[in-house]
Design a protein around this ligand. Structure first.
Ligand code: EPZ
Length: 433
């Protein structure tokens, strides 16, 4: 298994380009199942999760591939296939995003029930009740969600709010089924995340009729068919935020290009409160200047436009070296604190209290071997390792490869000393030589 070996303490400097958003690209790729013609998608990052989605689409009778310039093309060749198998779904929860499009276009779906997740319970009950409101009949059997939609119709007014607010992929699923359901569907408490806005706009480009895009009330008038289209996926605000944390934490000076700062008001405001220098430039790029120890800050994760849970771990890494006590509260995934124990291995002082953590900043972290456990927790460990004195080894970087495109190359371009190694391969090569 690959690991990252990081020699920390180098201030990052230079310019870095943000990739397309994984969490927009995944439901958009799934929504290509709805199209009667081919789709061309630009800005889809080359990631493990994207490759998993392409394999699922192939299982579902879609010819999908990446051209030399990185563009992804999709074309439905066998619309009779409706089963997303356990072997693929178990490796990526976002596989559930094919449920709505399959039901909408093929009126039938069999999608393996997504399994457990290290960031806490992640039910899909809201997806299912939302689809039932559109007339779908849902049966869970032998680990699969079976959905049948011969009588799919507009769902009238339906509510997608759960105990922690709206559901992001649940909104994607119900929206993607409703666009081809005759009649009107009004989704109340729809997710407002930029990734859902991108999906909705993509659907409109295919011919869907959707009002209220970006608001918690989506009004969908079902249409008979959707055509293929060309689309450019929005930039990844979580990758941009991760790079900003790395720049700030190493006391660096980094220009992040190709991002959309308007989708990042909450995290950028927190950085400003911490005293991190931010310069929004006319060309749309963002300069991040780290200035000694940051000030402490309170972070509460919330649905968009609140602070994103997907940046909680990376900000916690930064707060570990703040000059004082910070309070981090998770309102989306109360158990998403798996990075705490690993950050402690680097010398962080963190006390967890229920769904919150009190972080007492220390002057510096020190390198140590740590274990990646989920995508964003691993990103936090890389951020911390870049700033820590000495060597940090991050094991199981396949978690990072799920969501960050060429991360070590991008960081090396900023002067970071980070290498990808595979001890087992190195040993085998040594034994063979
Ligand atoms: C999306 O997951 C993202 N994934 C996650 O990013 C992100 O953390 C999350 O939204 C929240 O922003 C993708 O977009 C592919 P939810 P999703 O349904 O849609 C509860 C990453 O690192 N809930 O909005 O699965 C749920 O338990 C990933 O890139 C129900 O109760 O999240 C949670 O507390 C990790 N019932 C809250 O709602 C449901 O049926 C929000 O979850 C569905 C969700």
């Amino acid at each position: 298994m690959d690991q990252f070996v990081i020699e920390g303490g180098v201030p990052l400097r230079g310019t870095v380009q943000v990739s397309g958003a994984k969490n927009a690209a995944l439901p958009i790729l799934a929504a290509t199942l709805l199209a009667d013609g081919p789709c061309r998608l630009e800005g889809v990052p080359d990631l493990r999760d994207i490759r998993t989605m392409l394999r699922i689409l192939e299982e579902l009778g879609v010819e999908a591939g990446r051209e030399e310039d990185g563009t992804i093309t999709t074309r439905v060749v066998d619309p009779t296939r409706v089963r997303a198998p356990y072997e693929l779904v178990k490796t990526m929860r976002a596989s559930i995003c094919v449920l709505g499009p399959l039901l909408g276009r093929r009126r039938r779906a069999e999608v393996s029930f997504p399994g457990g997740c290290v960031i806490g319970p992640r039910p899909v009950d809201l997806h299912l009740t939302g689809l039932e409101a559109l007339g779908a009949r849902i049966v869970v059997e032998a680990g699969y969600i079976g959905a049948e939609g011969a009588d799919l119709h507009g769902g009238g007014e339906l509510y997608l709010g759960g105990p922690f607010g709206p559901t992001v992929t649940g909104t994607a699923n119900v929206l993607s089924a409703a666009v081809l359901a005759p009649g009107t569907t009004i989704i109340q408490c729809a997710a407002c995340e930029p990734e859902i806005v991108d999906l909705a706009r993509f659907l409109v480009a295919m011919g869907a009729r959707i009002e209220g895009i970006g608001s918690p009330t989506l009004v969908i008038h079902g249409v008979e068919r959707l055509k293929g289209t060309n689309w450019k996926v929005i930039p990844d605000r979580i990758e941009a935020g991760t790079l900003a944390c790395a720049a700030a934490m190493t006391g660096g000076d980094v220009v992040i290009e190709g991002l959309d700062t308007t989708a990042m008001t909450a995290p950028l405001t927190v950085l400003e409160r911490m005293g991190v220098g931010l310069e929004r430039r006319e060309d749309g790029s963002l300069r991040v200047i780290g200035v000694g120890r940051p000030k402490p800050a309170d972070v509460v994760t919330l649905p968009y436009p609140g602070f994103p849970t997907d940046l909680q771990a990376q900000f916690m890494a930064l707060l570990c070296v703040a000059d004082g006590n910070s309070f981090v509260t998770e309102k989306i995934y109360p158990e998403r604190f798996i990075h705490v124990a690993e950050l402690q291995r680097l010398g962080a002082r963190i006390r967890k209290e229920g769904a919150s953590a009190i972080v007492t900043g220390v002057p510096e972290l020190t390198g140590a071997p740590v274990m990646a456990s989920d995508l964003r927790a691993s990103a936090a460990l890389v951020v911390a390792g870049l700033a820590a004195r000495g060597t940090t080894t991050v094991e199981r970087v396949y978690h990072i490869d799920r969501g960050y495109e060429r991360i070590e190359e991008k960081l090396r371009g900023l002067g970071a000393r980070i290498e990808r190694c595979n001890p087992a391969r190195t040993e085998a090569a040594a034994a063979g030589s």
